[in-house]
Design a protein. Sequence first.
Length: 124
Amino acid sequence: MFYRIFFIGLSWLLGWTAQAEFVRGQFEIVFERTKIVVHSPIKFQGPSKVFLRNQTPENLLLQLLNANGERLGFITIGPGEDRLESFTLRNSQDYISVMPLDPALQEINLSYGKPTFEIPPPQK
């Protein structure tokens, strides 16, 4: 009995650790009804990924732009859906912008080393 509980606890702990590593190594944008939460990786890792989660009751139409303002593509995410998109940054100072077009919201710059932030910022 002890071994069964030990292995269940160990497998849960290893699974949780692997998930934490996966999330920490990529950009993450969560669209909620009243705010957008943005998480950035701490250090540059070459090919990058952004995890997009739509927790709103409507479709989102997003546009990806590079640092020069050139359009990289469009993304549509349905209500309650998640998407994982890949892109390439040349160095740690380079960035990608995510521009929500429908509904029209503030542009989000994705760059390495930024602390987690919310749009709009929480009121104090």
